[in-house]
Design a protein around this ligand. Structure first.
Ligand SMILES: *Cc1c(COP(=O)(O)O)cnc(C)c1O
Length: 435
């Protein structure tokens, strides 16, 4: 055990944190325990986890059922190379996922996280057309404001901005179009039409663009765009890394859409948010083009920990919890509380303190009105987290975008506490910035 405060110091000495501006971020807080929606630090302070530990946790922390399954599996088989070998957790999970995924999927490819899941989806699509023998289809289509991960392929298909600026000249070309707003679908189709026989694939975050600011967009518009793209044989890749597992109120965001993807990517809540695991699922038609006596048609991709048995059993356990009776109640509780809070926020929106109040399922978001630009470097994010932490809530803004995305086991009381801290911050921000 370290003395109180020592861990933070050593952390600063030895560790580099993700997405963290070194000079403006206070020392990391040592967390020693998690229980449902609550995190405990080394001093015994409690924080409500208002963003599900980076959008992954759905059943809460320290879930005993998932923990036991991981422990039991660890004693039997912790890891095995997934080329010549297979194991029950991988097969059971694949079968379970295929029975619920929104679409006609028939094969599961395991990866490590969201970025590698989308990376594989892109590689699959490009190689599919090569295997088919179509040398024209090499272009990739994506949405503006998209985010698909931090590896190079995933960055390439993501919005070019502050996250990718340092690597801009190393990213491959992608054609970006706007998200559907209900009126622009015909003009989006017209943009695609020019190169329609040259597109290999289209990658999209269905209904919710998370990392570029919790942007939400029109389902009918997306549906008609997908109808058109599929008709033009463009492979449609649904990146449900964030939207899967009831985040948007249904099992998958794809469940809101009539037209289904050809490839789907999962991660984040796949294991209930307990272990790193990614999945890329595809249709039989895509898979079949990799079945050949020609060895160059192999998908040359894999990770050391492909289909790690511990991660797979965690995902199966999470899946079982999802199918329990009480599960949906938790989701519905979050949704209905968010709706009530949304009505309150709309009053503040009328006063022009905040703007763009929006909700999809278990996520509610808005922007704080500031003199700065609405982007990731907006100064709101710097004061917001420390403010909330002081009041016992963990939230993290993206620029001036504030959002709440709790684990579904969160109690009504905890939710109300989060809402009151958010309202306090809006008032605090107003005062601080009053002229
Ligand atoms: C988080 C996220 C990713 C990247 O997942 P990692 O596990 O962080 O690599 C990809 N796509 C979407 C939509 C995401 O939200």
């Amino acid at each position: 055990m370290f003395e109180i405060g020592r861990l933070s110091e050593k952390d600063k000495q030895f560790i580099w944190h993700p997405y963290t501006h070194i000079n403006s971020t206070p020392a990391a807080i040592p967390i020693v325990k998690g229980e449902k929606a609550i995190l405990y630090d080394e001093k015994g302070n409690k924080y409500i986890d208002g963003i599900s530990s980076w959008w992954v946790n759905i059943h809460g922390h320290g879930n005993k059922y998932i923990a036991r399954k991981i422990y039991e599996q660890a004693k039997k088989l912790e890891q095995v190379i997934f080329t010549a070998f297979t194991h029950e957790p991988a097969v059971e999970l694949a079968e379970k996922l295929l029975s619920v995924l929104p679409g006609d999927f028939s094969k599961i490819f395991y990866t490590d996280d969201g970025s590698t899941a989308t990376e594989v989806a892109i590689k699959l699509s490009l190689q599919y057309w090569k295997n088919v023998g179509d040398n024209k289809r090499k272009k990739v289509l994506a949405f503006h404001n998209s985010y698909h991960g931090d590896t190079f392929g995933a960055m390439s298909v993501s919005e070019r901005g502050v996250y990718t600026a340092a690597f801009q000249d190393k990213l491959f070309d992608v054609i970006f179009i706007d998200t559907p707003d209900g009126e622009n679908v015909e003009s989006l189709k017209a943009e695609v039409e020019k190169y329609k026989n040259e597109f290999a694939c289209f990658i999209y975050e269905p209904l919710l663009q998370g990392a570029e600011g919790m942007k939400m967009y029109n389902a009918d518009g997306l549906n008609s765009l997908l109808v058109y793209l599929k008709n033009e044989k463009i492979i449609c890749i649904a990146d449900e890394v964030l939207t899967g597992f009831y985040r948007t109120g249904k099992f998958f965001a794809g469940d809101y859409l009539e037209t289904k993807a050809d490839i789907i990517c999962l991660s984040k809540a796949l294991t209930g948010g307990t272990m790193a695991l990614g999945v890329t699922a595809c249709t039989q038609q895509i898979y079949d083009e990799f079945v050949s006596d020609d060895k160059t048609k192999t998908l040359f991709h894999g990770h050391s920990f492909t289909a790690n048995p511990l991660a797979c059993v965690a995902a199966i356990a999470s899946f079982e919890l999802i199918q329990k009776k009480g599960f949906i109640k938790g989701v519905e509780n979050v949704i209905s509380h968010h709706e009530k809070f949304g009505a309150k926020l709309r009053k503040l929106e009328k006063k022009k303190y905040i703007k763009n109040v929006r909700q999809i399922g278990t996520i509610i978001a808005f922007e704080i009105c500031t003199a700065d630009q609405d982007d990731y470097l907006n100064k709101v994010s710097q004061s917001f987290s420390p403010f909330c932490l002081r009041k016992g809530v963990y939230l993290r803004a993206m620029g001036n975008t504030i959002y709440i995305m709790p684990p579904y086991c969160i109690t009504s009381r905890e939710l109300k506490k989060i809402y009151s801290v958010v309202v306090d911050f809006i008032e605090y921000h107003l005062k601080e910035n009053a002229v």
